[in-house]
Write a protein that binds this ligand. Structure first.
Ligand code: KIV
Ligand code: ZN
Length: 521
């Protein structure tokens, strides 16, 4: 267990810090976004990532809402051991029954139940009154406590709930046995001052408030979710409810990475978290990929430009001392040191520097090939990322010193036309050209190559993989060819998939060693 006292470099005194519990609701509130639904396997995978980064509580679904959600919560309960596994329910007995059943096998189960407490919800959602809602709140907590010791209560739309009534509800649900009281700003309406004051009001006016943890759950409708969460923490909240990348309905929830890094980076918060921040980037990418939800480039902490210094003045300043322009070390969130953006104007040294950061070292000849490839790619693609660099390095290692190279390729294809290809190969400096038809662009291009090579070459395996993030991304091609009983492998990657295919084919063919005079070229 980590000590609750952290020494802050530069502080003149030791500030006593309390633990802030991180409650992640990516799999519940985050997953409610239309088009972002995940299947059970994907949810289990994400839950393991969250557990790996030491999230304290994983809210993994709303079991009554669908058999799929029920199953996911059940499966996550079986595998997650270190984090608390939480299931959502309304203040309705059959909801609570379903939640309890779904988390039955969890090592640390929690039921999250609650009801709307604002006058809007009381009048227009429940057609009820404050006393009735208070009774239902108490009853649902008591009912959930029959199943588990760890019960969290949410006062939905607490952001717009009158403070006096909210304090009464909080006091009564604590009396009924909750461990955590969640104060959500469901509509994202509050300002930081107002929200902070609400938490302070509860701290000052609920007599038994010390018997429960205050949680805050903010939505980002006015772009203030993180600010409101931090204001809540400054005023006594000790559980922050967040999602990775801030995903969630409408403008989303508070982003985990923003709260965790704000607390880590600024020394003046009275709390610490146990989050392993180096896992943040991986979690962000995984959520973005699985939910098909791109992260905006300028998103704080995890956006691809968050650490990208592109202006000359900033690049110079960062290279002299990164703290001139960086308040967070990119490595702290699991990013390699890629703070200098690679563009078509970058030199060989910048490319080498980036490859070294990826632990890739190339010979000078390989670097020549890599640099040539890099410049072509940078012309056709805006952002060169680490996978592009790995790909370029792989191609450079394969292709440097290659005796036969693809020098030119033109392909005609499309609906209603006969695929035709013209290829020029550079064989030991000599250019040879041939044209061929085929049943498709790749077949035609391979035919043209075979006409030049005039060898008995059989294509044994041909594998194209699109690395699809955008249409300007590279595709990878692996081929396997046979000549005189021997197998040769070829590889290439290119934004033009037909070119990648032919380059991979030529790469494999160039490994077939035969004497120049023996060649029929
Ligand atoms: O935003 C909200 O109020 C919620 C509750 C169900 C906790 O998501
Ligand atoms: Zn919510």
């Amino acid at each position: 267990m980590r000590s609750p006292v952290q020494k802050c470099p530069g502080d003149f005194f030791m500030m006593k810090k309390e633990k802030l519990y991180i409650f992640d609701t990516t799999l519940r509130d985050g997953e409610q976004v239309p088009g972002c639904q995940l299947n059970t396997v994907e949810k289990v995978e994400l839950a393991k990532i969250l557990e790996g980064m030491k999230v304290d509580v994983i809210e993994c679904g709303f079991p009554i809402s669908s058999p799929g959600d029920f199953k996911s919560v059940q499966e996550i309960s079986k595998v997650v051991k270190d984090s608390t596994v939480c299931a959502l329910s309304r203040a309705i007995e059959k909801d609570i029954d379903a939640a309890a059943e779904a988390i039955r096998e969890a090592a640390r189960p929690r039921i999250h139940t609650g009801i709307g407490t604002s006058d809007y919800h009381i009048k227009y959602k429940f057609n009820s009154n404050r006393d009735d809602i208070l009774e239902r709140a108490i009853a649902c907590v008591k009912y959930a406590r029959k199943y588990v010791d760890d019960v969290e209560f949410y006062a939905e739309d607490a952001g717009r709930t009158e403070n006096g009534y909210l304090a009464k509800v909080v006091e009564k649900v604590i009396e009924a046995g909750v461990t955590v009281v969640n104060i959500p700003d469901t509509t994202g309406y509050c300002t930081p001052e107002e929200f902070g004051a609400k938490i302070k009001y509860l701290k000052d006016n609920v007599p038994n408030i010390d018997r429960a943890v205050i949680a805050i759950h903010c939505h980002n409708d006015l772009g203030m979710a993180t600010a409101n969460t931090l204001a809540g923490i400054m005023n006594g909240a000790r559980q922050a409810e967040v999602t990775i990348n801030g995903v969630g309905e409408r403008a989303g929830n508070t982003a985990l990475e923003e709260v965790v890094m704000a607390i880590r980076c600024r020394k003046d918060f009275p709390v610490y978290t146990d989050i392993l921040t180096r896992h943040i980037m991986k979690a962000s990418r995984e959520v973005s990929t699985l939910m098909s939800m791109p992260v905006q480039p300028n998103k704080a902490i995890v956006g691809r430009n968050a650490f990208a210094h592109s202006s000359g003045i900033h690049q110079d300043g960062v290279l002299k001392n990164r703290e001139n322009y960086e308040i967070i070390n990119p490595e702290d969130i699991g990013l390699n040191d890629s703070n200098i953006v690679l563009t078509a104007r970058s030199g060989r040294a910048a490319l080498k520097y980036h490859l070294n950061m990826l632990n890739i070292s190339l010979t000078e000849a390989q670097l020549d090939v890599a640099y040539e490839r890099f410049l072509k790619l940078a012309d056709s693609k805006k952002d060169i990322n680490d996978s592009d660099l790995k790909m370029i390095a792989g191609v450079a290692q394969e292709h440097s010193g290659q005796r036969i190279k693809l020098d030119f390729l033109q392909v005609v294809c499309g609906k209603g036309s006969v695929p035709m290809a013209t290829a020029t190969l550079d064989v030991d400096g000599e250019k040879c050209t041939a044209t061929s038809g085929g049943n498709g662009p790749v077949d035609a291009a391979f035919g043209a190559v075979r006409k030049i090579i005039r060898r008995r070459i059989t294509l044994e395996e041909f594998l194209i993989q699109a690395i699809t993030r955008g249409t300007d991304d590279m595709g990878k091609v692996h081929v396997e060819v046979r000549n005189r009983g021997n197998i040769y492998y070829g590889f290439s990657a290119n934004t033009d998939i037909v070119t990648a295919a032919v380059e991979a084919y030529v790469n494999a063919i160039s490994k077939i060693v035969w004497k120049r005079e023996e060649s029929t070229i």
